[in-house]
Design a protein around this ligand. Structure first.
Ligand code: COA
Length: 278
């Protein structure tokens, strides 16, 4: 793990990091990076089995771990989990709002409930986590890291629901930076590009299109979970003590060619494989 070569191994010792949706993918990768640096880690997610596996992995780093199921859409449920985490690990220093839902779907066939589900998980879920943690964050002068996406600032085909949700997330991030700065709370977003081995990449890229996507990325490759987690550690570290209200784009330059580049190919492939119009 590269992060332990650049950060002292105990640089997050006794810090409490809480990651929503921390049971897998980028989110678990973030949790593991903090655990590797000595942090106590709390995670929540919807599926007990996935959380149990993740918690076991996290415990292998030797620090206390808290894991409880909840759906971030359910405010009282999430609030209870965050209170239980406080009882177990202490006040949260780093809140990572990472729980997300995604599926590709043309706007004209997306049901209003499908649109709502993604906005509810990504945007309302992020607000719920911040609202339920703010007193703890005041106590620690902690920081919030939102996991956003390029869809927040560039339209992608088949992603109108995600774009709306993530644009909202980044706006929420900036508002909280503005309002909670006086408490010493920092608030920033990370916008990952396509990250290999994740559910998101699997859902968005039809089989056989990875090379086509890579061709459209200036760095000519997908990113890795580590490359996102490292930025989360940096944002939570004293090295980022004056950074708040920022979106850190970690996408190999994918956004630079503009929203259309390459995505027509993907849209066409999706239409051919799924029979969906749009
Ligand atoms: N295409 C179109 N609509 C879809 C869909 C798809 N692939 N998947 C779900 N929907 C619609 C459903 O049809 C439903 O709308 P309806 O009631 O009008 O039929 C609505 O979304 C909610 O579906 P449901 O299965 O009840 O949602 P859920 O709350 O259990 O799950 C999702 C949330 C839909 C986001 C689901 O994809 C999920 O749980 N994802 C979590 C994992 C994930 O997305 N990881 C990637 C992160 S980047």
């Amino acid at each position: 793990m590269l992060v332990t070569e650049y950060f002292p191994k105990d640089s997050m010792k006794d810090k409490v990091v809480f990651v929503t949706g921390g049971g897998s993918g980028i989110n678990l990768g973030i949790a593991k990076h903090f655990a590797a640096l000595g942090a106590k880690v709390g995670i929540c997610g919807r599926r007990q089995e996935k959380l149990d596996e993740a918690a076991e992995e996290l415990r292998s780093f030797g620090n206390e771990v808290f894991a409880e199921t909840c759906d971030v859409r359910d405010y009282p449920g999430l609030q209870e989990v965050i209170e239980n985490c406080y009882e177990s690990l202490g006040p949260i220093d780093v809140l990572v709002c990472a729980a997300a839902g995604n599926f590709p779907c043309p706007a004209e066939v997306l049901s209003p409930n499908g649109f709502k589900s993604v906005v509810d998980i990504d945007l309302r879920g992020s607000f719920h986590a911040c609202h339920a943690s703010v007193e703890q964050l005041k106590e620690t002068k902690g920081c919030i890291i939102f996991i956003s996406a390029g869809q927040a600032f560039l339209p992608y085909p088949l992603q109108c629901h995600v774009g709306a949700a993530k644009a909202g997330v980044d706006n929420l991030m900036k508002n909280l930076a503005l309002e909670w700065g006086k408490h010493g709370i920092r608030s920033n977003s990370i916008a990952p590009g396509p990250i290999e081995g994740t559910e998101g990449a699997r859902r968005l890229a039809p089989p056989g299109t990875k090379d086509l996507i890579d061709e459209q990325i200036p760095l000519r490759r997908h990113g890795t979970i580590e490359e996102i987690a490292q930025v989360a550690v940096f944002l939570a570290s004293p090295l980022a003590s004056y950074i708040t209200g920022s979106v850190i784009v970690v996408d190999g330059g994918q956004n630079l060619p503009g929203s259309g580049a390459g995505f027509n190919v993907i849209q066409q492939a999706w239409q051919e494989q799924s029979g969906n119009p749009g």
